[in-house]
Design a protein around this ligand. Structure first.
Ligand code: NAD
Length: 331
């Protein structure tokens, strides 16, 4: 068996080597993405593993089938770049990695909450000005005793709720499907509006669906408690960013953790240091002290990267050896 990996960064390479040694499988990898220009590099390999980001040229599926490729293992939870019908028509099974370290994302949500609860940005501003006084602007509250609303209590939201519960917070939840196991530490409400109305911290953990896209808009922010902290480590499209900025400007919100942004595809995961940011909305998020902006890295720990590599390569081998895997998304 010989496997070919594309999109392999220097963060993933050691885990690819480790997996290859442990499983005694020959692997080759390149940092480039698979395109029509380099599809000939697939020739001679049995299995294919990608971490494609952005649009995929689905016309390549026919070429891959002609080359005898039976599967594509995508090293992410998202697989919307692939035309699944076209993949099935070309006898290619696509797999994803639905979960790789929910704790990593949950811990980042908690980090962001503590960052604002303990007024870290204001403390930093004071210290930068050599003002070392103790004064009300930097006097914080303990997180213990605060009310936290968790919107979406699936794999990640469940752990977020558990972490805040263990910090001594009162955890409120909203989900279209109540998780009975979570009722030990979540008080569920019937609507998002009811869940957010008394919350000091609101944290989002739902997927992007027709019901959740732009769910956090001007109207929804009007139901928030004044001065709440808002956290989006889920999907950028859940939030109307203009409305978020307005909620910060009017002190409806006192801080926001933005790990996912509605127009992130152009910029996130890229080095833009020598180029101008043309997205005025992104530029305005970057310049604010009341926003903790990060490039979709809530998941980004060594555990996640290793699990993404290992689980996608395991799915590859399952399909090559047994013709199927539980992670096939075009059954
Ligand atoms: P999951 O499927 O396990 O849980 C999602 C939960 O949302 C489910 O309980 C579901 O019932 C609920 N839900 C669906 N529609 C809803 C609605 N309209 N209102 C309220 N609840 C609703 O998913 P997960 O693995 O916990 O992922 C949660 C989010 O985190 C996803 O958006 C995912 O893309 C995102 N994510 C972000 C990162 C990152 O690094 N920032 C990494 C991985 C996943």
């Amino acid at each position: 068996m010989k496997l070919k990996l594309f999109d392999v960064g220097n963060d993933e390479a050691p885990f690819v080597e480790k997996w290859a040694n442990e499983n005694n499988v020959e692997v080759d990898y390149v940092p480039d993405s698979l395109t029509r220009d380099n599809i000939n590099e697939v020739s001679g390999y049995d299995g294919l593993c990608l971490s494609h980001n952005g649009p995929f040229d689905n016309s390549l599926l026919k070429d891959l089938n002609d080359m005898g490729i039976k599967q594509i293992a995508q090293r992410s939870a998202g697989f919307d770049m692939y035309d699944l019908e076209e993949a099935t028509a070309n006898s290619i099974k696509v797999t994803n990695v639905p979960s790789y370290s929910p704790n990593s994302i949950a811990e980042y949500a908690l980090t962001g909450a503590l960052y604002f609860v303990r007024k870290v940005p204001t403390v930093q501003q004071h210290v930068a000005k050599q003002d070392f006084r103790w004064q009300p602007t930097i006097m914080a509250r303990p997180i213990k005793g605060l009310t936290v609303a968790v919107i979406g209590t699936g794999r990640i939201g469940y752990i977020v709720a558990e972490l805040f519960h263990h910090m001594g917070c009162d955890v409120i939840g909203y989900d279209i499907q109540i998780n009975p196991q979570a009722e030990k530490f979540i008080t569920y409400k019937d609507t998002v509006q009811e869940a957010v109305k008394d919350a000091d911290i609101v944290t989002l953990h739902t997927p992007a669906t027709k019901d959740t896209i732009k769910m956090f808009n001007q109207e929804m922010f009007s139901h928030f408690k004044d001065g709440a902290i808002f956290i989006n480590c889920a999907r950028g499209v859940l939030v109307d960013t203009e409305a978020l900025i307005q909620a910060l400007d009017t002190n409806k919100l006192s801080g926001a953790v933005i790990d996912t942004y509605e127009n992130e595809a152009t910029y996130f995961r890229k080095d833009w240091s020598s180029k101008e940011i043309e997205d005025d909305l992104l530029a305005s998020l970057m310049e604010r002290d009341d926003i903790l902006l990060s490039p979709h890295i809530a998941f980004y720990t060594n555990e996640s990267v290793e699990n993404l590599v290992e689980r996608s390569l395991n799915s590859t081998m399952e399909i090559l050896r047994h013709g199927d895997s539980e992670f096939v998304v075009n059954k």
